[in-house]
Design a protein around this ligand. Structure first.
Ligand code: F6R
Length: 233
Protein backbone atom coordinates (compact mmCIF):
# COMPACT_ATOMS: atom_id res chain seq x y z
CA UNK A 1 0.00 0.00 0.00
CA UNK A 2 1.20 3.46 -0.81
CA UNK A 3 0.36 5.82 2.07
CA UNK A 4 0.06 9.53 1.36
CA UNK A 5 -0.27 11.84 4.37
CA UNK A 6 -1.96 15.14 3.78
CA UNK A 7 -2.50 18.26 5.88
CA UNK A 8 -6.27 18.36 5.51
CA UNK A 9 -9.18 17.36 3.29
CA UNK A 10 -8.46 20.16 0.84
CA UNK A 11 -4.99 18.80 0.17
CA UNK A 12 -6.44 15.27 0.18
CA UNK A 13 -8.90 16.42 -2.48
CA UNK A 14 -6.08 17.61 -4.71
CA UNK A 15 -4.03 14.44 -4.24
CA UNK A 16 -7.06 12.21 -4.85
CA UNK A 17 -8.13 14.17 -7.93
CA UNK A 18 -4.61 13.74 -9.29
CA UNK A 19 -4.98 9.96 -8.93
CA UNK A 20 -8.13 10.22 -11.08
CA UNK A 21 -6.28 12.43 -13.60
CA UNK A 22 -3.35 10.00 -13.84
CA UNK A 23 -5.72 7.05 -14.28
CA UNK A 24 -7.61 8.94 -16.98
CA UNK A 25 -4.34 9.75 -18.75
CA UNK A 26 -3.53 6.02 -18.71
CA UNK A 27 -6.73 5.27 -20.60
CA UNK A 28 -9.07 4.31 -17.76
CA UNK A 29 -12.68 3.76 -18.84
CA UNK A 30 -14.52 2.71 -15.68
CA UNK A 31 -14.47 4.41 -12.29
CA UNK A 32 -15.84 2.88 -9.09
CA UNK A 33 -17.25 5.61 -6.85
CA UNK A 34 -18.30 5.93 -3.21
CA UNK A 35 -20.55 8.26 -1.23
CA UNK A 36 -19.94 9.56 2.31
CA UNK A 37 -17.98 12.55 3.53
CA UNK A 38 -14.47 11.30 2.71
CA UNK A 39 -14.54 11.57 -1.11
CA UNK A 40 -16.31 14.93 -1.25
CA UNK A 41 -13.19 17.12 -1.50
CA UNK A 42 -11.89 14.88 -4.29
CA UNK A 43 -15.19 15.20 -6.17
CA UNK A 44 -15.18 18.98 -5.60
CA UNK A 45 -11.67 19.23 -7.05
CA UNK A 46 -12.56 17.04 -10.03
CA UNK A 47 -15.81 18.83 -10.85
CA UNK A 48 -13.96 22.18 -10.76
CA UNK A 49 -11.28 20.84 -13.12
CA UNK A 50 -11.25 20.29 -16.86
CA UNK A 51 -11.24 16.49 -16.52
CA UNK A 52 -13.73 14.92 -18.92
CA UNK A 53 -15.71 11.77 -18.12
CA UNK A 54 -18.34 12.16 -20.83
CA UNK A 55 -17.26 8.96 -22.56
CA UNK A 56 -16.50 7.05 -19.33
CA UNK A 57 -18.55 4.77 -17.09
CA UNK A 58 -19.06 4.99 -13.33
CA UNK A 59 -20.28 2.28 -10.97
CA UNK A 60 -21.13 3.04 -7.37
CA UNK A 61 -20.43 0.83 -4.39
CA UNK A 62 -23.81 0.75 -2.73
CA UNK A 63 -27.34 2.06 -2.27
CA UNK A 64 -30.11 1.88 0.32
CA UNK A 65 -32.86 -0.59 -0.45
CA UNK A 66 -36.41 0.74 -0.47
CA UNK A 67 -35.87 4.36 -1.45
CA UNK A 68 -35.89 5.93 -4.91
CA UNK A 69 -32.90 7.66 -6.49
CA UNK A 70 -34.83 10.91 -6.17
CA UNK A 71 -34.93 10.59 -2.35
CA UNK A 72 -32.53 13.09 -0.79
CA UNK A 73 -30.88 10.38 1.32
CA UNK A 74 -30.33 7.98 -1.56
CA UNK A 75 -26.79 7.48 -2.77
CA UNK A 76 -27.91 8.17 -6.34
CA UNK A 77 -29.10 11.59 -5.17
CA UNK A 78 -25.77 12.17 -3.38
CA UNK A 79 -23.83 11.32 -6.53
CA UNK A 80 -26.00 13.59 -8.67
CA UNK A 81 -25.44 16.45 -6.23
CA UNK A 82 -21.70 16.05 -5.75
CA UNK A 83 -20.56 14.74 -9.10
CA UNK A 84 -22.85 13.78 -11.99
CA UNK A 85 -24.84 17.02 -12.32
CA UNK A 86 -21.55 18.91 -12.67
CA UNK A 87 -19.43 16.34 -14.48
CA UNK A 88 -21.51 13.70 -16.25
CA UNK A 89 -20.33 10.26 -17.26
CA UNK A 90 -21.61 8.50 -20.39
CA UNK A 91 -23.36 6.11 -18.04
CA UNK A 92 -23.51 5.96 -14.23
CA UNK A 93 -24.59 2.79 -12.47
CA UNK A 94 -25.85 2.72 -8.86
CA UNK A 95 -27.70 -0.29 -7.40
CA UNK A 96 -31.46 0.09 -7.84
CA UNK A 97 -32.86 0.65 -4.35
CA UNK A 98 -36.38 0.16 -5.65
CA UNK A 99 -35.79 -3.38 -6.84
CA UNK A 100 -37.55 -5.44 -4.15
CA UNK A 101 -35.88 -8.67 -5.30
CA UNK A 102 -32.49 -8.81 -3.59
CA UNK A 103 -31.18 -11.78 -5.54
CA UNK A 104 -32.23 -10.33 -8.87
CA UNK A 105 -30.67 -6.95 -8.07
CA UNK A 106 -27.41 -8.56 -6.94
CA UNK A 107 -27.22 -10.61 -10.15
CA UNK A 108 -28.07 -7.58 -12.29
CA UNK A 109 -25.35 -5.49 -10.63
CA UNK A 110 -22.74 -8.25 -10.81
CA UNK A 111 -23.39 -8.48 -14.56
CA UNK A 112 -22.79 -4.72 -14.82
CA UNK A 113 -19.51 -5.10 -12.88
CA UNK A 114 -18.41 -7.96 -15.09
CA UNK A 115 -19.14 -6.01 -18.25
CA UNK A 116 -17.41 -2.90 -16.90
CA UNK A 117 -14.16 -3.85 -15.14
CA UNK A 118 -13.10 -0.97 -12.93
CA UNK A 119 -9.78 0.73 -13.52
CA UNK A 120 -10.05 2.63 -10.24
CA UNK A 121 -12.24 2.16 -7.16
CA UNK A 122 -12.46 4.86 -4.51
CA UNK A 123 -13.35 3.79 -0.95
CA UNK A 124 -14.10 5.49 2.34
CA UNK A 125 -13.41 3.54 5.51
CA UNK A 126 -15.89 2.83 8.30
CA UNK A 127 -14.82 3.25 11.93
CA UNK A 128 -15.19 -0.51 12.34
CA UNK A 129 -13.19 -1.17 9.17
CA UNK A 130 -16.17 -1.58 6.85
CA UNK A 131 -15.86 -0.90 3.14
CA UNK A 132 -19.01 -0.36 1.11
CA UNK A 133 -21.78 -1.80 3.30
CA UNK A 134 -19.56 -4.81 4.07
CA UNK A 135 -19.57 -4.93 7.85
CA UNK A 136 -17.16 -7.04 9.97
CA UNK A 137 -17.73 -10.73 9.33
CA UNK A 138 -18.59 -10.34 5.63
CA UNK A 139 -16.95 -13.03 3.50
CA UNK A 140 -13.95 -11.99 1.43
CA UNK A 141 -15.61 -14.04 -1.35
CA UNK A 142 -18.77 -11.90 -1.36
CA UNK A 143 -20.09 -10.36 -4.55
CA UNK A 144 -23.00 -7.90 -4.74
CA UNK A 145 -25.52 -8.71 -2.02
CA UNK A 146 -28.36 -7.43 0.09
CA UNK A 147 -27.27 -6.27 3.54
CA UNK A 148 -29.32 -5.96 6.73
CA UNK A 149 -28.21 -2.73 8.38
CA UNK A 150 -27.23 -3.00 12.02
CA UNK A 151 -29.41 -1.34 14.65
CA UNK A 152 -26.59 1.15 15.38
CA UNK A 153 -26.35 2.15 11.70
CA UNK A 154 -30.13 2.58 11.51
CA UNK A 155 -30.04 4.75 14.62
CA UNK A 156 -27.08 6.78 13.34
CA UNK A 157 -28.93 7.39 10.07
CA UNK A 158 -32.21 8.34 11.72
CA UNK A 159 -31.16 11.99 11.98
CA UNK A 160 -31.32 12.27 8.19
CA UNK A 161 -34.93 11.09 8.01
CA UNK A 162 -38.16 12.51 9.44
CA UNK A 163 -38.51 9.49 11.71
CA UNK A 164 -36.75 6.21 12.47
CA UNK A 165 -39.41 4.15 10.65
CA UNK A 166 -38.42 5.83 7.39
CA UNK A 167 -34.76 4.80 7.67
CA UNK A 168 -33.95 1.98 5.25
CA UNK A 169 -33.28 -1.30 7.05
CA UNK A 170 -31.41 -2.84 4.15
CA UNK A 171 -28.99 -1.89 1.42
CA UNK A 172 -27.37 -3.29 -1.69
CA UNK A 173 -23.59 -3.37 -1.70
CA UNK A 174 -20.78 -4.57 -3.90
CA UNK A 175 -19.08 -7.43 -2.08
CA UNK A 176 -15.48 -7.62 -0.95
CA UNK A 177 -14.53 -9.81 -3.90
CA UNK A 178 -16.14 -7.27 -6.24
CA UNK A 179 -14.16 -4.43 -4.63
CA UNK A 180 -10.89 -6.37 -4.91
CA UNK A 181 -11.42 -6.86 -8.67
CA UNK A 182 -10.72 -3.17 -9.37
CA UNK A 183 -7.27 -2.67 -10.94
CA UNK A 184 -6.42 0.15 -8.56
CA UNK A 185 -7.99 1.18 -5.24
CA UNK A 186 -7.89 4.59 -3.59
CA UNK A 187 -8.84 4.68 0.12
CA UNK A 188 -9.53 7.99 1.83
CA UNK A 189 -9.81 8.46 5.61
CA UNK A 190 -9.77 11.57 7.76
CA UNK A 191 -10.05 12.22 11.48
CA UNK A 192 -9.06 10.60 14.77
CA UNK A 193 -12.17 8.40 14.82
CA UNK A 194 -10.74 6.50 11.83
CA UNK A 195 -7.28 5.96 13.37
CA UNK A 196 -7.98 2.47 14.78
CA UNK A 197 -9.55 1.29 11.52
CA UNK A 198 -6.62 2.70 9.53
CA UNK A 199 -4.12 0.90 11.77
CA UNK A 200 -6.07 -2.40 11.47
CA UNK A 201 -6.39 -1.99 7.69
CA UNK A 202 -2.67 -1.42 7.17
CA UNK A 203 -0.87 -3.26 9.99
CA UNK A 204 -3.44 -5.67 11.41
CA UNK A 205 -3.94 -9.31 10.53
CA UNK A 206 -5.85 -9.91 7.30
CA UNK A 207 -9.18 -11.01 8.72
CA UNK A 208 -12.87 -10.90 7.86
CA UNK A 209 -13.29 -9.19 11.25
CA UNK A 210 -11.81 -6.09 9.59
CA UNK A 211 -13.11 -5.97 6.02
CA UNK A 212 -10.57 -3.30 4.91
CA UNK A 213 -7.64 -5.53 5.96
CA UNK A 214 -8.25 -7.48 2.73
CA UNK A 215 -6.72 -4.54 0.89
CA UNK A 216 -3.28 -5.73 2.10
CA UNK A 217 -3.70 -8.48 -0.51
CA UNK A 218 -4.29 -6.03 -3.39
CA UNK A 219 -1.24 -5.04 -5.44
CA UNK A 220 -2.22 -1.46 -6.21
CA UNK A 221 -3.67 0.52 -3.31
CA UNK A 222 -3.16 4.20 -2.50
CA UNK A 223 -4.29 5.45 0.92
CA UNK A 224 -4.82 9.16 1.61
CA UNK A 225 -4.79 10.06 5.34
CA UNK A 226 -4.68 13.21 7.39
CA UNK A 227 -2.44 13.27 10.48
CA UNK A 228 -5.28 12.33 12.84
CA UNK A 229 -6.28 9.28 10.79
CA UNK A 230 -2.60 8.27 10.52
CA UNK A 231 -1.89 8.88 14.22
CA UNK A 232 -1.79 5.20 15.25
CA UNK A 233 0.51 4.01 12.46
C1 F6R B 1 -20.12 4.91 1.01
C2 F6R B 1 -19.75 3.69 1.71
C3 F6R B 1 -19.25 3.68 3.13
C4 F6R B 1 -18.39 4.89 3.50
C5 F6R B 1 -17.87 4.78 4.93
C6 F6R B 1 -17.10 6.02 5.36
O1 F6R B 1 -20.59 4.63 -0.30
O2 F6R B 1 -19.86 2.65 1.14
O3 F6R B 1 -18.49 2.50 3.33
O4 F6R B 1 -17.33 5.02 2.61
O5 F6R B 1 -18.92 4.56 5.82
O6 F6R B 1 -17.98 7.10 5.38
P1 F6R B 1 -17.46 8.60 5.56
O7 F6R B 1 -16.62 8.92 4.38
O8 F6R B 1 -18.73 9.43 5.58
O9 F6R B 1 -16.69 8.64 6.84
Amino acid sequence: MKIIRVKDQIEGGKVGAQVFADTLANGAQVFGLATGSSPISIYDTITASDMDFSDKISVNLDEYKGIAGTHEQSYRYFMNEHFFSKKPFKESFVPDGLNPDGEAEAARYDAILEKNPRDLQILGLGRNGHIGFNEPGTSFESTTHEVDLTESTIEANARFFTNKEEVPKQAYSMGIKSIMEAKQILVVAYGANKADAVKAMIDGPVSEDVPASVLQKHANVIVILDEAAASKL
